[in-house]
Design a protein around this ligand. Structure first.
Ligand code: SDX
Length: 432
């Protein structure tokens, strides 16, 4: 959909008055178009961390951070979690419509057809140390895919983006499971023709010749919901990275691999693993949550409460609401994680009453409860950000596709230089 132009914003600079277009999105978001600012005034804007700067227009995901609204292609996240599946949500994000049953069958068949890895890629796994972090393996192997499969970049389109998207969505799950088996030393498990996406995922992760893993429907359902919840989130750090790398006309695999690296950071997707490390630390130290809260408020301590706060949500993250409910249901069966859930609930209750967090509108985000659910499903903590990656992949591809199909320009922000002024070169023998 296009943006509408309406009123003007008036800027007065050095006695000069400048009218700037105001653009309005389909949900009433307003922006000032500064694309001609430097040409007309010589000035640029400065916005560390881009908290006030829109990098693009997009039809994919809408977030209202004040009201805690999240919609993919107009569909509420709550409805998709209750009624859809991860593969249907992938189709929706990629094609901007829910699939017919015929289209869904074709897409599922494509995912199944492309679930195996090129056997030569298996040898790459043996080059990693046994305890390599799965995120490191994932980012490397996705990048390596461009050596094994036809590339899609914005010029060639030698192969349809949608076929490459299906290949990536399917194989990234296989790579993740192989990475886990690399860590455990167990034999890898191949995808099965008769299993759907999440069934294959759980089976490749947990089945072994000596452990006949049972695919329980409630676990398959929980995994679908977890992946749907992570499928997209507009211009977050990793999605912006995928767009920026793709804007240089780098191929899709290279762009996604860059997104994986950005997501790994503990301020972003790595927070779900950091939350479990924090809850375990609180438990080890006797359950004293106040000491951790005090540290998070202490400006001389760079410790932050992982799983709290968000650049956009200044209300409860709607994904955290769904995950908290899932947590309570799933952990009823998994008493082993109950102590950690009790700590999480006490921590949340204390934070939501503490003036430091209330005044800064710091609420639990998607990462606060997701790790507890992953753990209850049997995933080790070093796989939590991998799960986030697998969920987020369709969103990244949808944004890359949206960008390369628009008249995109290479992304190249400006800066304000604050370094030394011109220096005279002095030969080394003349220096002090
Ligand atoms: C994700 O962008 C997305 O959409 C991301 C994501 C997605 O789906 O892609 O939603 C996924 O990354 C969720 C966020 C996961 N990260 C964490 O849980 C890490 C802990 N949270 C923070 O580091 C922080 O809240 C961020 C990084 C999430 C947001 O940082 P901002 O928007 O830059 O906010 P800020 O650092 O400017 O903080 C504002 C104030 C500061 O205090 P003052 O300078 O005003 O005194 O709030 C404080 C911060 O010190 N603060 C925290 C805090 N988060 C912010 N203080 C203690 N603990 C925290 N967690």
């Amino acid at each position: 959909m296009t943006i509408t132009k309406g009123k003007k914003a008036k800027l007065t600079l050095d006695g000069q008055e400048l009218d700037l277009d105001v653009v309005v999105g389909s949900e009433g978001e307003h922006g000032i178009d500064i694309s001609k600012l430097r040409a007309k005034t010589g000035y640029i804007t400065l916005d560390e961390g881009y908290g006030n700067t829109g990098s693009c227009t997009s039809d994919i995901t809408f977030i209202n951070g004040e009201e805690g609204i999240l919609r993919y292609r107009g569909y509420r996240i709550e409805d998709l979690c209750e009624q859809s599946s991860f593969t249907e949500a992938c189709y929706l994000l990629l094609h901007d419509r829910l699939p017919s049953s015929e289209q869904m069958k074709t897409f599922s068949r494509l995912l199944n057809q492309h679930s195996l890895l090129h056997e030569d890629m298996r040898h790459l796994f043996s080059a990693f140390p046994h305890d390599a972090h799965p995120m490191n393996i994932l980012g490397t192997m996705v990048n390596a895919m461009s050596s094994f499969y036809p590339n899609v970049d914005s010029l060639s389109m030698r192969e349809s983006i949608d076929l490459t998207a299906a290949r990536l969505i399917s194989k990234i799950r296989t790579i993740a499971c192989y990475a886990h088996k690399k860590n455990t030393g167990d034999p890898i498990v191949y995808p099965q023709k008769d299993y759907n996406y999440c069934e294959n995922f759980l089976n490749m992760m947990f089945w072994s010749p000596v452990n006949n893993y049972e695919l329980k429907p409630d676990r398959v359902r929980a995994l679908n919901t977890l992946l749907i919840l992570h499928a997209d989130h507009e211009q977050n750090c990793s999605t912006s990275t995928v767009r920026l790398v793709g804007s240089s006309q780098a191929n899709l695999y290279a762009s996604i691999s860059a997104g994986i690296s950005a997501l790994w950071g503990p301020l972003h997707g790595g927070a779900n693993q950091a939350v479990l490390d924090m809850l375990n630390a609180i438990q080890t130290e006797g359950g004293d949550i106040q000491r951790f809260i005090d540290r998070a408020k202490d400006k001389t301590d760079n410790f932050r409460l992982s799983g709290f706060g968000h650049r956009v949500y200044k209300n409860y993250d709607p994904r955290a609401t769904i995950l908290k409910k899932m947590c309570m249901n799933i952990l009823e069966e998994e008493a082993a994680q109950q102590p950690l859930l009790d700590i999480a609930l006490r921590l949340e209750a204390a934070v939501l009453k503490d003036e430091y967090f209330v005044s800064r509108k710091l609420y639990p985000n998607v990462d606060f409860y997701s790790g507890l659910v992953y753990m209850a499903l049997g995933f080790p903590t070093n796989m939590f950000t991998v799960l986030f990656t697998i969920g987020r992949l369709p969103g990244w591809i949808a944004h890359w596709k949206e960008m390369v199909q628009a008249p995109a320009k290479i992304g190249r922000p400006r800066q304000i230089y604050t370094g030394k002024q011109e220096q005279q070169y002095i030969k080394i023998e003349d220096r002090g």
